[in-house]
Design a protein around this ligand. Sequence first.
Ligand code: GLN
Length: 367
Amino acid sequence: LQPRALAAQESVFARTSREAAARGAVNLGQGFPAAAPPAFLLDAARAAVGRHDQYTPPAGLPALREALGAEFGVDPADVLVTSGATEGLQTLALALYPPGGEVLTLEPAFDVYGPQAELAGARAVPVMLALDPQLGWRLDLDAVARAVTPRTCALLLNTPHNPTGLVFTPAEVEALVALARAHDLWIVSDEVYDELYFGPRPVSPRALAPERTFVVGSAGKRLEATGWRVGWVVCPPGLASSLAGVRQLASFCAPTPFQWAVVRALPVAREGGLYGALRDSYAARLDILAGGLEALGVTVFRPGGSYFLTAHRADWSAAALMDAGVAAIPVQAFCSQALNVPGVMRLAFCKSEADLALALERLATMD
Ligand code: GLN
């Protein structure tokens, strides 16, 4: 059996979690929260199981599309519910990218973008984010513009960006939108960390170009339940039903009880200040990990958003960290070309303070 594209390889996240478990390492690799989801979310799910157990329409539970329409200020008919943001991205790849089409991605990039484009018969054209060993990550707008060809069909953005934590400035978003307009490109905007920022609130390209922007979002990321597989795509007007026709071929619909739970939870999260509380809690954990690493002589590139930081020290590698008892993901794993700075690792700080402290203790033994 010939595996199709890169899709048959084990995901770097799954592999890291498996190795971390086997070696008893603190898992700062795969990004999922250590804590249980908020009680109101669990209660909503318990209430839904046994009452809402059959299919929803492929475009999503109408009540959830309505709640998301209200959340994003769009017509519910323009919202598609998916089985996690990953399926939203996959649906967009299959529905939007023509065979032979080129999708501009910003590397380091989340691992599914390239293989999803390949499965659609298109390909990702990566543009490197620039890494200055002192100043950190920066978007090179000229490099993005230079990468456009007549075959370019879409610009795949991600802000806050995984793995760098970069949040694009309003001026950068404006320039990217202008580029998309000039070349008539779709914008696929992966915004799963939209509520998780430590400086200025991220700006969505949808605010400037709703007619060409698809925003991919995630209840798992927002509500701390990554295994529930409820995500969404906010679409340009009139396009959600075509996308539903594609996504129904994969999982038909997202899990019904969890869709119901998210309907109940979204307004509670917003009105009860969950996102602000999570930002505060993650900012505190970011300080613990970043401060602790800096004390060990590690250069830390602090993120503007997401629950990842990137960091490096000359003697660092995934294997050396794993030997010390800490699982992390080399940023090189998110790149198709060699990074200009070796030994840069992505560490997730969405873990317990105890685990972060233990990880720091173990990393200190590397001296
Ligand atoms: N988004 C998370 C990460 O980057 C996990 C993704 C996954 O495992 N599918 O770690």
